[in-house]
Design a protein around this ligand. Sequence first.
Ligand SMILES: Cc1cc2nc3c(=O)[nH]c(=O)nc-3n(C[C@H](O)[C@H](O)[C@H](O)COP(=O)(O)OP(=O)(O)OC[C@H]3O[C@@H](n4cnc5c(N)ncnc54)[C@H](O)[C@@H]3O)c2cc1C
Length: 487
Amino acid sequence: MAVDRPRQIRIVIVGAGFGGIGMGASLKRRGCDNFIILEKSDSVGGVWHKNRYPGAACDVPAHLYSFSFELRPDWPQRYASQAEILDYLNHCARTYGLAPHIRFGTEVTDARWDETHNRWVVRTADDQLFHAQALVTATGQLSRPSHPRLPCATRFSGPIFHSAEWRDCDLHGKSVAVVGTGASATQLVPAIAPIVSKLYVFQRSAAYILPKRDKIYPRWQIRLFRHCRGALRLRRMLIYLQHEHRAFAFVTWRAVLRTKRRAFTRHLRRGVKQADLRDRLTPDYRMGCKRILLSNDFYPAMDRANVELVTERIEEIRPGAIVTGDAAERKVDCIIFATGFAATDFLVPMKMTGLRGQDLHQSWKGGAEAYLGMTVAGFPNFFMLYGPNTNLAHNSIVFMIESQIRHVMACLARLGGDGARSIEVKENIQRRFNARIRRRLENSIWSKGCMSWYLTAAGKNTTNWPGYSFMFRLKTRTPNWDDYVVQ
Ligand SMILES: Cc1cc2nc3c(=O)[nH]c(=O)nc-3n(C[C@H](O)[C@H](O)[C@H](O)COP(=O)(O)OP(=O)(O)OC[C@H]3O[C@@H](n4cnc5c(N)ncnc54)[C@H](O)[C@@H]3O)c2cc1C
């Protein structure tokens, strides 16, 4: 519904995934009610609302992949499923009274900094206007599915969709194609392999997959967590340390990955009996270059008689078939793209205009960058959560998002408290910060030897934080006001 007059609001938050819900909950905990969360879809949850494919789950244990201020003692098992995480985020939205603040079905299309009045003018697809002192985007790195450009895909006669846009079609007894062998495919393939008549898995490059050490929490442990917050916090801390030490392999001493490589070989040998299939499932790049995946059932699923790994390039989609480079035609009833996300396209397709008409996407022509993944020179009172270079390959993104929320809360307090009208990161600070992380990223394991979703087409890593997550927490803990122009 279009409104005649702009609505005045102190803070506009875009997105209701972990970022938006965490930001909203933090504002409520500080007693702030003057904010709105604009969400283009029809539910909270972000990726956990969208990714409903069979088998969807998290790779980080639930006690850590949750907010530190809203610990849940009764996670039934170590790794939560998509449904459990979605349920958790709904619980958070309820607990912190966020429902009246959220507008669903509301996509932000552009935001412009109004220099005269020191405010953001935020416009939505249905022409609503908001005037806000601060703008916080929590639009995620993995919220826009990446669709492969395949010749004649529109001619396909059956269901054809991305794993993040799941359609409830009955796959029982069907011949199905899964395109891709990344994180989503490793969860989806074992879940559907037993029910389909034939499953073709199209692979461009193989993934390193390690065992997923899952476990069901016994009742006594859940009772302990429920009655003793200390035990719950200790559990979370231990999981954090277990994961953080993995950064040592990425950041400090890559030789550690050799032991992981041996674990991978053992895991593959145990899961796949056919030697030639094992060869084709063995990556041809250095371990760690792409995200290392966890699964106990992907390899046994690939070894099933009704599953075929296809490594030939897809040449054409026909109404009921896929044709590959070797001219083979495989009849399929349904095609599922497990082809990942446009991770490096931050804030696309929103138009963002800062001081003196500066266009954010124009400034990011060479790849997105920000200060601490949050603020950009020329864009006052604008904060991003899970922005450029805040992704991790070894630990929980929720930890990174929470680190940023604390920082943003301190900035918002300054804006509300001592009469500051605008906060903007200094250009030289942003440049120096990015030069430093760029140097580290150029020598990192992610930059050479493979293409991955961490990199732009030109090979720039705009997604990953190049170090330990506790270093990020320390750097973001309290704003250094010398880094900002505060007016
Ligand atoms: C399948 C999958 C598995 C994952 N597994 C893990 C894992 O194991 N461990 C881990 O740490 N991370 C994992 N992640 C990463 C995950 O993205 C983050 O952990 C976290 O959920 C990000 O939350 P977010 O709120 O920043 O973004 P999102 O969850 O992506 O939410 C962004 C929200 O913004 C909304 N939005 C976007 N643009 C607009 C707009 N213009 N206007 C209005 N609304 C908009 C979207 O609809 C969405 O609801 C996974 C991601 C996926 C897709």
